[in-house]
Design a protein. Structure first.
Lengths: 112, 116
């Protein structure tokens, strides 16, 4: 079984500041790791994914994440956020990519 | 290419009724997964269909069922609706459903079901 814990339910940050959204996972099998973003009244959009290889993964909109196997973490970072980054962010794991187990979500609010 | 489409987008039902939601995957995609999103439970995996067969199932009661047609379109059905079934139901499709490696899953906009 797999599970995901997003350590912060809400993260307020000022525009142009850096941000880190934290995600820990547990799994008894090898899994893929994902970050998704959800804007109001919309579905989920894939930000980035870790399948294998380099532990630093770059995604869309300037986001990146680092896979840390020893700490079972997959934290999402952005060096400078914009107002438009305000959204809900979900960390997820899956053995194959089609049966995601999601965290509870982190609401990122970027303030001017 | 058109994205994943879900119909209807909004639905209001009363307790005890049943409901059927529809998902049309991206053309050529054979795998369809369903998820339920609620404020209390978050995003939860319901089930996945591949080539008309249910391949994986989450931890939901038997009131939740689904099927997939030969054109890969999928429907999910909820019988005997309860207030707690009010949720956003998301559908996602991928090309080969993870066979031979990772295939990206693309999400539809969801169907918002309200049970009164």
């Amino acid at each position: 079984a797999q599970s995901v814990t997003q350590l912060d339910s809400q993260v307020p940050v000022f525009e142009e500041a850096p941000v880190e959204l934290r995600c820990n996972y547990s799994s008894s099998v090898s899994v893929y790791l994902f970050w998704y973003v959800q804007y109001p009244n919309q579905g989920l959009q894939l930000l980035l994914k870790y399948l294998s290889g380099s532990t630093l993964v770059k995604g869309i909109n300037g986001f990146e994440a680092e896979f840390n196997k020893s700490q079972t973490s997959f934290h999402l970072r952005k060096p400078s956020v914009h107002i438009s980054d305000t959204a809900e962010y979900f960390c997820a794991v899956s053995p194959r990519g089609n049966d995601m187990r999601f965290g509870a979500g982190t609401r990122l609010t970027v303030k001017p | 290419k058109a994205g994943v489409t879900q119909t209807p987008r909004y639905l209001i039902k009363t307790r005890g009724q049943q409901v059927t939601l529809s998902c049309s995957p991206i053309s050529g995609h054979r795998s369809v997964s369903w998820y339920q999103q609620t404020p209390g439970q978050g995003l939860q995996f319901l089930f996945e269909y591949f080539s008309e067969t249910q391949r994986n199932k989450g931890n939901f009661p038997g009131r939740f069922s689904g099927r997939q047609f030969s054109n890969s379109r999928s429907e999910m059905n909820v019988s005997t609706l309860e207030l707690g079934d009010s949720a956003l139901y998301l559908c996602a499709s991928s090309s080969l459903g993870g066979m031979g490696g990772y295939n990206e899953q693309f999400f539809g906009p969801g169907t918002r079901l309200t049970v009164l």
